[in-house]
Unconditional design. Structure first.
Length: 146
């Protein structure tokens, strides 16, 4: 009797459906944001807990309002709420595009080791710096606040 061992375990249905279900959920969230202006009075989006507790702007404050503006084609308005709005949305799209083929059994792409080290060291410093700068009440930096 001969036993064959497969190189990788079979891919389960849940693993394949994960990115599709995630995309459907995000599409629903995008539809809600696109149809409800978070800047208008009476919106029902949650407020930033960090801003609510401290009165300071976190690096993510303004992303929902910026996303609404981007969905309506207002790039400058989106950037005025949060400079990182397009970067965050592009990063989420790229991460999903990398996740989908892997969930269907493709091999993960190998990125140069310096990219991981750079992201791990520089990204937190940039986000913390942005969070600090947008809370300084001086004329040129005041524009960073949403």
């Amino acid at each position: 009797m001969q036993v064959t061992v497969s190189a990788s375990p079979p891919i389960g249905l849940a693993r394949r459906i994960g990115p599709i279900a995630c995309a459907a959920g995000v599409a629903g969230a995008v539809a809600v944001v696109a149809s409800n202006n978070p800047s208008a009075g009476g919106f029902h989006f949650p407020t930033c807990p960090f801003h609510q507790m401290t009165g300071l702007w976190c690096p993510a404050c303004g992303l929902t309002r910026g996303t609404y503006q981007l969905l309506h084609g207002h790039v400058a308005a989106a950037l005025s709420y949060n400079l990182f709005t397009p970067v965050v949305l592009a990063g989420l799209i790229l991460a999903w595009c990398a996740w989908l083929p892997i969930s269907w059994g493709a091999r993960p792409r190998a990125f140069p080791s310096w990219t991981r080290r750079t992201l791990i060291s520089i990204a937190p410093a940039v986000l913390i710096g942005y969070g600090v700068l947008r809370n300084i009440p001086l004329a040129p930096l005041r524009a960073l606040a949403p």
